[in-house]
Design a protein around this ligand. Structure first.
Ligand code: ACK
Length: 309
């Protein structure tokens, strides 16, 4: 059976509020493939209280998906409804749930996932760049752009944590980048079950094993909490400051778990501000209670960026 960190099944009335007629969706190309789900780019007509066409992302099941897989996708929808609207959490726009179909309609992230976004860019110093944030279009990013994205994620995660929602797979691949370089947390409802089974632990071609993001207590006992999400956030900070590198470079993947459990931690990436490296190290404290909260992380990043509180 499926585990769940949030209130039980939503009532039909709640779904009714989100139901969107599928005939008002024009499906485009597939932009992503998951274990059993597919993400399409689509145009929705008259959605989100706005008249006219709007680009959206539609997550749905692959052909031949099982009832259990449908149930997992439904859990994701439940969770999106439950967490509600936040500027740094991918926003639900509607759902098609009639006649055996299940589609989750979300706002469209033009820049795709954060890891690919970062890999396609290079860093420029504050001096080289103009005063505006570079996060869009230009192909360059400044330290401030990277910090702003880290702050976006910390804000989104603070929101989830305040709702007792645990992400369990916080990593750059699960952050989406929208117009203007705004980062949003996504895939937090996705397929817990699928991600914990053998399929997910098969090593992908590029060596990005999920255990590289997992806290020691999760590795040891499968325990997930907001504090294990904070550990993952530390790894995500490392991904951001290395522009999308794969964590623990040069270490054979089968050695990483043992090393981390013995207290090994990644070093400071080149060009990483000391403040950010200190933050990573706090996220990687062995005792979960000693790690900062997402609230703390958000406050610290706001101070570093000199944002008003
Ligand atoms: O980098 P991507 O194309 O961005 O690869 C993943 C893939 O689907 C699997 O999750 C893409 N994706 C997911 N949700 C969205 C969305 N709301 N907008 C745009 N792309 C999305 C994601």
């Amino acid at each position: 059976s499926l585990r769940s960190d949030f209130p039980s099944q939503l009532t039909d009335t709640v779904y009714l509020k989100w139901e969107f007629p599928i005939r008002k969706l024009n499906f485009g190309k597939v932009v992503g493939q998951g274990a059993f789900g597919k993400v399409y780019h689509a145009i929705a007509h008259d959605i989100d209280g706005k008249p006219g066409p709007v680009p959206v992302a539609v997550k749905t099941l692959k052909d031949g998906a099982t009832l259990e897989e449908r149930d997992i996708l439904q859990k994701e929808l439940d969770q999106l409804i439950y967490v509600g609207s936040h500027p740094n959490v991918i926003r639900l726009l509607g759902a098609c749930s009639r006649r055996g179909i299940l589609c989750i309609i979300m706002e469209y992230a033009v820049h795709g996932n954060l890891r690919e976004f970062l890999k396609a860019r290079h860093l420029v110093s504050d001096l080289e760049s103009d005063r505006q944030l570079c996060a869009t279009g230009t192909g360059v990013l400044r330290d401030a752009d990277l910090l702003k994205m880290a702050l976006d994620i910390a804000r989104g995660m603070a929101h989830l944590a305040s709702l007792k929602c645990i992400h369990r797979d916080l990593a750059a691949r699960n952050i989406l980048v929208l117009d203007g370089g705004v980062a949003k947390v996504s895939d937090f409802g996705l397929a817990r079950e699928a991600k914990e089974n053998a399929y997910y632990f098969k090593e992908p071609k590029d060596g990005r094993m999920p255990f590289k993001w997992m806290a020691p207590e999760t590795l040891l006992s499968g325990r997930y909490t907001s504090k294990s999400d904070v550990w993952s956030f530390g790894v995500l900070l490392w991904e951001i400051t290395t522009l999308g590198s794969s964590p623990y470079p040069g270490i054979p993947t089968d050695k990483i778990v043992t090393l981390v459990l013995r207290g090994y931690r990644m070093g400071k990436p080149p060009n990483c501000p000391q403040d950010i490296f200190d933050m990573m190290k706090k996220c990687w404290r062995p005792t979960p209670a000693e790690r900062p909260t997402f609230r703390d992380l958000k406050d610290t990043l706001e101070k570093l960026l000199q944002y008003p509180p």
